[in-house]
Design a protein around this ligand. Structure first.
Ligand code: XIL
Length: 460
């Protein structure tokens, strides 16, 4: 039986993932040999979003507010799940330089030191933006404004030099709607189009180790605004203006849904020679609809080699800037939402609810991920990997508890005894040492909720 998985038109494989995954399997093997309970049925061991993203060569971050770090559940959720943070407000101009040339970094420093103590990356957000700008900036005349802007960039970037992986150098400089024009702001109105280029050139002189990003919203699909940003980035690359990345905020809701050309849009920017990052992701909604939208976004990023990471705009719905839209991965009590399970599964981690991977110590290993889900069913995928020697065949038992039923299997041949389906290789039995293949299956849940149990791989 070889069929296409319904609803799974996703771009895989992902080369970086292979290496990292192999390493994590080795680690798991060592842990298992040492008698440490590691993977099976335990989402946490491979389940943290940051770890799952790292296995795909990406980071997975959250916007963080310094004043919540003292709340135990907030900090423990952050620490268990994410490997990058963005200060939600604490690095903005009004927060760090509320009066001219007098800088206060204490709140942002708290976030940065928390992140550093946990080995997380930090995104810097943001240096030049028309919003959250203190009142003293806008009355300045052009020459003065230029020096205030360059001084602000220089002071802030110097303070955090070596600690920031990417800076949003300029935020939201383009107008909404179909004009493709620059947005009116003190910088635009007094310094003209050149302010963006100047900000990037100044930023590069301060911290050569940080990636320099342009960040905006409603640029996630192809439209007049994203076309205008695209032309700017293209021009910058052609003229050697230092830009390394473009941030796509990705604030989605029913008025602004996940665009169907999201991946294509990310790809066209990447093709200009910049990294792309999803910088402020939140998607209003709930349940499986919200989960499916999150899956689309993660899939889009994973399908674009230069999409280097995803940041969700907050840890919990409780503190979201759009709290009433419940747009995040954890609910107000820090419970994992279906959106969380969907993101983790899309990243290739074990899905929620304990559907952990099987782990054999022998000649092949099997790891499970749920790749998509809908009302009444889901697709699972098992990666079969040869150990340190090549193999010519494999078999993996998959148990799906009644009333759930497997309705399709692809890239493998099933034989079923009761609830246990043993899947053997079809055309894909021969694997060189360390090489992998996958098989997939569709489950109709019929009201059942338990995850499939994937047993150890047997090689032949
Ligand atoms: C938002 C914060 O989440 C809020 O707490 C604050 O009141 C306003 O700003 N685009 C951005 C972010 O680049 O900085 C914004 O963050 C959300 C939209």
């Amino acid at each position: 039986m070889a069929q296409n998985p319904p609803g799974d038109g996703r771009a895989r494989p992902r080369p970086q993932a292979r290496t990292r995954r192999a390493l994590s399997l080795v680690t798991a093997g060592v842990l298992a040999a040492a008698g440490v309970v590691a993977l099976a049925g335990n989402a946490q061991a491979v389940g943290a979003l940051g770890d799952a993203a790292a296995a795909e060569g990406r980071y997975f971050g959250a916007a963080v507010a310094a004043n919540h770090l003292g709340e135990a559940a907030y900090a423990s959720t952050l620490d268990a799940q994410f490997d990058s943070v963005t200060p939600e407000n604490e690095m903005k101009w009004d927060a760090v330089e509320s009066s001219r040339n007098s800088f206060s970094f204490s709140a942002a420093d708290r976030i940065v030191s928390h992140a550093q103590s946990k080995g997380m990356k930090v995104r810097g957000h943001t240096l030049v933006w028309h919003s959250q700008l203190p009142g003293w900036v806008s009355p300045l005349a052009a020459t003065d404004l230029r020096s205030a802007m360059n001084n602000h960039i220089t002071q802030v970037m110097t303070h955090y030099k070596g600690k920031i992986h990417s800076w949003d150098v300029v935020n939201e400089a383009f107008q909404d709607g179909g004009s493709g024009a620059r947005r009116s702001s003190p910088f635009q109105d007094k310094l003209g189009n050149g302010f963006i280029e100047e900000a990037f050139r100044t930023a590069r002189t301060v911290d050569t180790g940080a990636k320099l990003c342009y960040n905006d919203y409603d640029t996630d699909g192809q439209n007049a605004k994203s076309n205008a940003v695209y032309e700017m980035v293209k021009d910058f690359k052609q003229r050697g203006v230092p830009i390394d990345c473009v941030g796509f905020q990705s604030h989605f809701n029913s008025n602004s849904p996940v665009p169907s050309d999201f991946r294509a849009n990310l790809q066209r920017f990447a093709d200009l020679g910049v990294d792309v990052q999803i910088t402020e992701l939140d998607i209003e909604g709930s349940g499986s609809a919200q989960a499916a939208n999150y899956t689309k976004v993660v899939d889009a990023c994973l399908a674009v080699t230069r999409c280097t990471g995803i940041t969700v705009w907050g840890v919990t719905d409780k503190y979201s800037w759009r709290s009433s839209g419940t747009p995040l991965l954890f609910d107000g009590d820090y419970g994992k939402k279906p959106a969380y399970d969907a993101v983790l599964a899309a990243l290739g981690g074990s899905g929620g609810g304990g559907d952990g991977g099987g782990e054999g110590g022998g000649a092949c290993t099997a790891t499970y991920a749920r790749t998509s889900a809908w009302n009444g069913g889901y697709n699972g995928q098992v990666t079969v990997r040869a150990g340190s020697s090549g193999i010519t065949g494999w078999a993996v038992p998959v148990t799906v508890a009644s009333p759930q039923k497997v309705s399709a299997v692809w890239n493998g041949t099933p034989t079923t005894a009761g609830e246990v389906m043993t899947v053997r290789h079809s055309w894909n039995g021969t694997l060189a040492a360390g090489a992998s293949t996958t098989f997939g299956f569709t489950v109709q849940t019929n009201g059942g909720t338990s995850a499939p149990v994937v047993g150890a791989c047997t090689a032949s």
